[in-house]
Design a protein around this ligand. Structure first.
Ligand SMILES: [Zn+2]
Length: 75
């Protein structure tokens, strides 16, 4: 009855992604990796989508050691 969507918005960058895309439901392999990274780092609760590809790339690079507040808590 219901079929798979022909297209949807990329969970990472909200770009339209066709179901024929090999990286579906992501628009690209980069977005898929970024999405996994967000889950891993616990940042997925941030609901505002980032649409700047350069910023996404920067986040992907720095996600390994991105803890802006933790250093302030150390005693
Ligand atoms: Zn995307």
């Amino acid at each position: 009855m219901s079929t798979a969507p022909k297209a949807l918005f990329c969970p990472t960058c909200r770009k339209v992604v066709l179901a024929t895309n090999e990286d579906f439901p992501f628009c690209s392999d980069r977005c898929r990796i970024l999405d996994l990274g967000k889950w891993a780092s616990g940042d997925y609760k941030v609901s505002s989508p980032i649409q700047d590809p350069d910023l996404l790339e920067e986040l992907a690079r720095s996600s390994a050691n991105r803890h802006p507040h933790s250093s302030e808590d150390s005693e």
